[in-house]
Design a protein around this ligand. Structure first.
Ligand code: 1CP
Length: 357
């Protein structure tokens, strides 16, 4: 028997149903800014071993909930486990971020690409979802996630992160759009099956992380990123355990394209901090909920400044449901945990006034 959900503010806000206060969670809420995360990661050996160990992944997923009154848990994993399961060989060079042993560079390898079976090659992720749901005992909902096909393809072709705009990937996009589309199509099949398997295993909402879609032109964004995210949204299981399973689409740098993103059929659009929350609400109307969008660097400032920024954001969104408070991108590893306490308290304290009917 699955435990009854005790706090459904997050799921309700994503569906624009009334709530008593604005729900919140933080992108990368489990991570290196928490000393207890660093201790568990050390115990696991490496970041990848941590992801592949369902008991330890469960432990770190719950760590931020022990400290802070957050309204959702997010599966502890990484977007790059999917290309790893497609045979690219993920590894982390110490202090240098993710790398692939076999990046996609030649046509033969690209034509052989196949979508993994989530309950086989990604079994450890599904086991983690099941174990986290048990450990949560209905305290808050669990978010599952995946990278968008375009964002995954950036790492798959480049073989690593990039500080200068993924030049190898962009070259393939322009010179061999047929090959690049093939990668995106196989990855779309993989991501759809992966998210549906997470939902079957117990994920109660899912988010697509399109971290690099915002580096494209409008036309290229539509053709190479949005088109595939829309296919995924259409292919997802939208109800489980008698409740809707909301879908959040987050394109970093996607502020110019909110209406198009809302048209994918998602329930909520994630915003980075460069878009004004109030303007975004006026643009999308009652089509979707909005998630975001505190600049993560605000958390380096003193609690009084954090509180001011929270008040400004809540006021910018205004009265009523449909807002999930979050950062505009992942929390920095250099954030002081006490500053997150100040953030969570400020959202709790000041958001109630916006939900009195
Ligand atoms: O402990 C460590 O050293 C690893 C740091 C780390 C962590 C904590 C990585 C490596 N991934 C994660 C976890 C992670 N990644 C989560 C967990 C759930 C959470 O608490 O939110 C999620 C949702 C991700 C998603 C992810 N991984 C994205 C999309 C979101 C974003 O931040 O833009 C991307 C682009 C990645 C790739 C990745 N994995 C790790 C790093 C350092 C990176 C970025 C690489 C780069 O381009 O520089």
């Amino acid at each position: 028997m699955t435990a009854v959900l005790q706090n459904d503010r997050f799921l309700r806000a994503l569906l624009r149903q009334p709530v008593d206060q604005t729900p919140m969670w933080l992108m990368r809420q489990a991570g290196r800014y928490l000393p207890e995360y660093c201790a568990t990661r050390k115990q696991a050996g490496s970041f990848l071993q941590l992801c592949q160990n369902p008991a330890l992944a469960t432990e770190v997923t719950l760590q931020p909930l022990e400290r802070y009154a957050l309204d959702a848990a997010i599966l502890f994993s990484d977007i790059l486990t999917v290309p790893d399961a497609m045979g690219l060989g993920l590894y982390f060079a110490e202090g240098e971020g993710p790398r692939f042993e076999r990046p996609l560079r030649d046509e033969a390898a690209i034509r052989q690409l196949h979508a993994p079976d989530p309950e086989q090659e990604l079994r450890y992720v599904m086991d983690a979802v099941r174990e986290i749901r048990k450990a949560l005992q209905g305290r808050v909902p669990l978010i599952g996630f995946s990278g968008s096909p375009f964002t995954l393809a950036c790492y798959m072709v480049e073989g690593r992160g990039s500080s200068d705009g993924f030049p190898v990937t962009k070259t393939m996009l322009h010179d061999r759009p047929d090959l690049f589309h093939h990668i995106l199509q196989v990855t779309t099949t993989a991501v759809t099956a992966y998210l549906n398997a997470q939902i079957a295993a117990g994920a109660q909402a899912v988010q697509l992380f399109d971290t690099w879609g915002g580096t494209l032109t409008k036309a290229a964004y539509q053709e190479f990123s949005l088109h595939y995210m829309q296919q995924i949204v259409s292919g997802l299981t939208r109800e489980a355990e008698g409740r809707k399973v909301p879908v959040i689409v987050f394109t970093k740098g996607g502020g110019q394209w909110l209406e198009m993103i809302a048209d994918t059929g998602c329930d909520a659009v994630g915003l980075d901090w460069t878009t004004d929350l109030g303007d975004a609400r006026r643009r999308v109307g009652d089509r979707v909920a909005l998630q975001g969008n505190l600049d993560p660097s605000t958390l380096f400032a003193q609690p009084a400044a954090i509180e001011r920024e929270v008040m400004r954001l809540l006021d910018s969104y205004g009265q009523g449901s449909g807002h999930v408070f979050n950062l505009g991108h992942g929390i920095s590893q250099f954030t002081r945990p006490e500053h997150v306490t100040a953030l969570v308290q400020a959202v709790q304290q000041h958001s109630r006034a916006y939900h009195r009917a």
